[in-house]
Design a protein around this ligand. Structure first.
Ligand code: FE2
Ligand code: FE2
Length: 266
């Protein structure tokens, strides 16, 4: 397994969780050691061939039970939801590598690093859950996260707009208040974990912004901000996400003031 695209195919088309995690770390290690091949004569299967484990059972967001993080059950349910976000994020990072060929080697290096960090996030959260006697898969999870990948499987700009520059960017908006909540409860472990993840996620969104601009320039798109608006309007159900937005972190992650002003318009 010394070819990047063979590793990607293996992670996307198999369901075994531990093997997926181990292979993700191995691929990154091979890249660091300069032992990874980037030759892309590996066929691209349709996104419908991507496989997820039988558990967790996936539910529509409206069917997910609502609980407060101040109760033990609520805290476990919250971290189970985060574990699922991180698990799908591993797939999202591998999928952008697998599906969009012909980009510079740096593109693949960047997203493999993201895949490796998402696998670390998943492992950290899973261990945190296990300390609460819950494992990933014991509770139902949000079934809609992969939809954005399916919707944008044919269009790299749309993928970058919707996944790092929309879904992952939402994490920057909402996580600080959640960290504050656990802080006020004196839950140091949860605070540390979520802070570590938040720091990494700024980098993921920033890579999304970087490559969004790169592909715009490559495709001769003059007005990068107008393109972002158009793609969000086209792919985001409801037209665009609702704030409040974390302007400070989003600026660090490559958003322009004009993009943020547009997002904040009612
Ligand atoms: Fe993550
Ligand atoms: Fe991420």
């Amino acid at each position: 397994m010394k070819n990047l695209f063979v590793c990607a195919a293996t992670c996307l088309h198999n369901t075994a969780i531990d093997e997926k995690l181990a292979l993700t770390h191995l691929a990154w290690q091979r890249l660091v050691n300069d032992e990874l091949s980037f030759s892309d004569d590996v066929p691209v299967l349709a996104i419908a061939e991507v496989r997820f484990p039988d558990k967790p059972v996936l539910l529509a967001p409206r069917d997910m039970p609502k609980r407060k993080v101040t109760s033990p059950e609520g805290k476990a349910a919250f971290f189970h939801a985060i574990a699922h976000v991180e698990f799908v994020a591993i797939y999202l990072a591998w999928d952008i590598i697998y599906r969009f060929r012909g980009m510079p080697q740096q593109f693949y290096q960047n997203w493999l690093r993201v895949a490796d960090e998402e696998a670390q996030h998943f492992e950290l959260i899973r261990a945190h859950l296990q300390a609460m006697d819950v494992d990933y898969g014991d509770l139902p999870a949000h079934g809609g996260l992969w939809d954005h990948a399916k919707d944008t499987a044919h269009d790299l700009l749309a993928r970058l707009a919707m996944v790092p520059r929309c879904m992952e960017a939402r994490g920057l908006d909402v996580t600080p208040a959640i960290i504050e909540k656990f802080n006020s409860m004196g839950d140091v472990t949860s605070v540390k974990l979520l802070t570590r993840i938040l720091t990494d996620e700024v980098g993921h969104v920033e890579r999304g912004s970087y490559w969004f601009k790169y592909v715009c320039q490559q495709q001769g798109v003059d007005d990068i901000e107008a393109k972002y608006q158009q793609l969000i309007k086209q792919y985001y159900i409801g037209g665009k996400p609702k704030g409040p937005f974390n302007r400070e972190m989003r600026i660090i992650a490559g958003f322009s003031t004009a993009e943020l002003d547009w997002l904040e318009l009612p």
